[in-house]
Design a protein around this ligand. Structure first.
Ligand code: FAD
Length: 417
């Protein structure tokens, strides 16, 4: 008999395992894949943006409405402590100017290996190719069904992830198990995912990126604004700014249905009036240069063509020939480039899942189910998602550690096993 079973060897499950581990109480990780952390190894393009600088309070705020729920876990294991944890296991970190934290080696495998090595050292047993088929309550706690037969566990930590990138193993099984055990599911939706637009012109720019834009959208009476890098895609817009917006819109779309007008400020560092002034000066200084030529000093050349087209001005016209009204219109298009977003790419292509096991049914101080004592949750299986930048992995570390520690504590509080 295993006394604590963790389902899923992703970041949340691995962190839970090593905090749940104690020699007298065998801890076992059941993982459907042939090895641990399949998604973790892909994170940050293989570099793994494993946390973000900031206080627990600042990180909690980035989770918006879910902030109060995740706050306790973040104080329990802060971003600073996560970096210290890895540093003391030989994985130093490097901080980028935007606060994103990566392993100094730029290798996600170092993070994954560090966790597995530590868990093994603490006595955790790993069982791979162990796809859990179902979980039911039993006299001793829970019966976990896998191909090889049932496993009895006094405590279960569900760390099965969400629905994104199902080829990595997160196929929503945990949602099914939680529902079977009586939990409510907030309908899963794609988040941190490229946005699909009604306009087809972004396709002409597919692969073109902008270092800093601001995207604004008003939906359901709320105003949402995101800032940062953006990328044009085959079907619309992607990159961190568009993906962060997808996350903010997910909740609204659940209420009012997909579809929203967005405006992209292509040059957010400069106000509309100042930009017009700049253009006037540039146009006067070089009246024979074409508009396309001058614009390409501000934005990528391919985009300058599209901007001119949308502003209905010929990009081959000489700057000195452009009427003031057209110039102002061009400036306006640059500052409020309109797009109609019809939805997102599918959840399989999303970075994270919005929705999952309802937070209202989980005790945020322990991660234990309020409905099924002895059942704990960690990571993306919970209705909990943060913005791009290492917030989601930090959430996995913090909820994982809290779930692991709480499961162990509740086991010992219950007496000898
Ligand atoms: C391409 C990509 C890049 C990303 N980059 C970053 C980044 O740089 N920074 C960041 O903060 N976040 C990033 N994320 C998000 C982050 O990877 C996830 O939020 C995180 O992996 C969720 O961890 P988890 O442990 O909850 O679930 P998962 O990582 O999905 O792990 C769940 C595990 O459970 C196993 N499992 C599921 N069902 C069963 C079952 N029935 N039986 C047994 N095992 C089962 C799965 O095989 C899987 O191994 C990225 C996501 C993607 C897709």
């Amino acid at each position: 008999m295993t006394t604590i079973s963790i389902i899923g060897a992703g970041p949340a499950g691995l962190m839970a395992a090593l905090h749940a581990a104690s020699r007298p109480a065998p801890t076992r990780v059941l993982e459907a894949n042939a090895g641990p952390g399949r998604k973790l190894l892909l994170t940050g393009g293989g570099r793994c943006n494993f946390t973000h600088t900031g206080t627990p309070e600042e990180i909690a705020q980035a989770f918006g409405k879910a902030g109060p729920f995740v706050r306790h876990a973040l104080y329990d294991l802060s971003p600073h402590e996560v970096r210290e944890f890895f540093r003391t296991r030989g994985v130093g970190s490097a901080v980028e100017p935007d606060g994103c934290v990566f392993p100094a080696s730029n290798r996600a495998a170092d993070i994954c290996n560090g966790l597995v090595a530590e868990a093994r050292e603490r006595g955790v047993q790993f069982q791979y190719r162990a796809q859990v088929k179902g979980i039911a309550t039993a006299a001793e706690g829970f019966r976990i069904d896998i191909e090889d037969g049932p496993i009895i566990a006094a405590r279960v930590i569900l760390a099965t992830g969400g629905l994104s990138w199902p080829q990595t193993g997160s196929r929503g099984d945990g949602f099914r198990f939680a529902a079977q055990l009586g939990h409510t599911l907030v309908p899963p939706q794609p988040a941190l995912v490229p946005l699909v637009t009604r306009e087809t012109w972004p396709r002409e720019l597919a692969g073109v990126s902008l270092a800093e834009v601001r995207i604004g959208a008003t939906i359901g009476g709320h105003r949402y604004v995101t800032t940062g890098p953006m990328l044009f895609t085959q079907n619309g817009i992607g990159g961190p700014t568009a993906m962060d917006l997808s996350r903010l819109l997910a909740e609204e779309w659940a209420q009012v249905g997909a579809g929203v007008e967005v405006a992209i400020d292509v040059l957010p560092a400069i106000g509309e009036r100042q930009l017009d002034q700049r253009f006037q000066e540039e146009f006067q200084a070089a009246p024979r240069r074409t508009i396309a030529n001058i614009l390409s000093e501000f934005v990528p050349r391919q985009l300058s063509r599209i901007l001119c087209r949308l502003a209905q001005c010929d990009d081959r016209v000489q700057a000195g020939q452009l009427p003031a009204g057209k110039r102002r219109h061009l400036v306006h298009v640059i500052k409020e480039l309109p797009l109609y977003v019809t939805g997102t790419e599918p959840i399989a292509k999303a970075t994270v899942t919005h929705g999952g096991v309802s937070r209202a049914e989980i005790d945020p101080r322990t991660m234990e189910s309020k409905l099924r004592p002895g059942l704990f949750f960690a990571g993306e299986v919970i209705d909990l998602d943060g913005p791009c930048g290492g917030y989601n992995l930090q959430m996995c570390w913090s909820t994982g550690a809290l779930a692991g520690r709480s499961a162990l504590r509740s086991l010992f509080a219950a007496g000898p096993t």
